[in-house]
Design a protein around this ligand. Structure first.
Ligand SMILES: [Zn+2]
Ligand SMILES: [Zn+2]
Ligand SMILES: [Zn+2]
Ligand SMILES: [Zn+2]
Ligand SMILES: [Zn+2]
Length: 337
């Protein structure tokens, strides 16, 4: 969220002339341009540009009427601020349009919205942040020993046990099958893992990855002829993630699993990762896991972030796996067998 404002200085170059008998010739018909009263022929009066005023009071009232009105308190002002075409008489009035930072509680013009409605100012954005939710850390932060630190909230319900992880993944797999008709029938092994284990298995950037889908085809041959193949499907998810982010990563990896079975020929990394991010994003949005879509939308990575935006645009309103399959086959037709 960007909020641009600048100081407004109003300069008045109204020159005032106090006039007496100089304009005697015109005096008979002269009226005050502010109050409308006749100006007596022997009275002195004020003249500014082409306007005449019977008194200093009328002249001041006229000047006042030229001043801008504060869009918050309604007062007219000489020096204030303007932002987005609106006028503010004071810093206090301007600040009522700023959002209150969830961390420092100051009203600041610049910052980001985390999730749907949490405003974090630009100053607080610079503080050491939680590896999961990006909120600034306090003294209750928990270091995970692998370079990540969790805030108190994320640490409280982060997933650290295999049984908990398996339960979530099994339910999530069912949910995606029900919601998007995106299901596979084969056995998938779910493993909650450490950063080290993830790095060992990963072919990409194990430093940043939060999960991994692994597919292995073991072909059994007999006299050099393949007679049977045994496929292995595995999903690894990094431990120590709060449930909403954990589910987001889980949905991403399950999308890879579905793609492996339905569209194995697609090898464009942007389409593969973009599709997995799209599924995770759509799932999180429908489940109101607000921090997850935010993280996906903010991603500037050329494969994950741009891939997500590309696939989201491709999919439009399509909300089932069979429609997604048709759209992706249009972009990337399957090779003839
Ligand atoms: Zn007057
Ligand atoms: Zn004001
Ligand atoms: Zn702040
Ligand atoms: Zn956190
Ligand atoms: Zn992926």
């Amino acid at each position: 969220m960007m909020h641009r404002f600048f100081t407004l200085f109003l300069m008045f170059f109204l020159s005032v002339l106090l006039c007496g008998g100089l304009f005697a010739a015109q005096r008979n018909t002269m009226t005050c341009d502010w109050c409308g009263k006749k100006i007596a022929s022997n009275a002195s009066f004020l003249k500014s540009e082409d306007k005449n005023f019977c008194s200093e009071k009328c002249f001041d009232a006229y000047v006042e009427s030229l001043l801008p009105v504060c869009d918050v308190c309604g007062r007219r002002f000489k020096q204030g601020f303007t932002s987005d075409g609106k006028n503010y008489c004071s810093k206090a009035c301007l600040e009522t349009t700023f959002r209150e930072c969830v961390h420092c509680h100051r009203r600041e013009p610049r910052g980001v919205i985390l999730g749907t409605d949490i405003f974090l100012c630009d100053y607080c954005r610079e503080l050491p942040a939680c590896s999961s939710c990006q909120m600034p850390l306090d003294k209750f932060a928990k270091e995970l020993g692998d370079g990540r630190t969790l805030c108190r909230e994320c640490a409280r319900d982060a997933i650290f046990t295999q049984s908990e992880a398996e339960k979530i993944m099994t339910a999530l797999r069912q949910k995606l099958a029900d919601k998007f008709k995106m299901g596979t029938k084969h056995t998938i092994t779910f493993d909650l893992c450490t950063r080290e284990e993830l790095k060992k298995e990963s072919t990409g950037d194990g430093e940043r990855e939060l999960g991994l889908f692994i597919f292995n085809r073991n072909t059994i041959t007999f006299f050099n002829r393949p007679i049977r193949s045994k496929d292995e499907f595995r999903i690894l998810i990094l431990k120590g993630q709060p449930p909403d982010f954990f589910r987001g990563v889980g949905a991403h990896e399950l999308a890879h699993d579905w793609m492996q079975e339905n569209l194995p020929h697609i090898d464009d990394p942007q389409l593969r990762e973009g599709f997995a991010e799209f599924v995770s994003w759509l799932y999180a949005k429908t489940e109101k896991l607000d921090r997850v879509p935010w993280r996906i939308e903010q991603n500037t990575d050329p494969v994950y972030g741009d891939g997500f935006r590309r696939v989201r645009d491709l999919m439009g309103d399509a909300k089932t796996a069979s429609e997604w399959k048709r759209i992706l086959l249009n972009v990337c037709p399957a090779p003839a067998k």
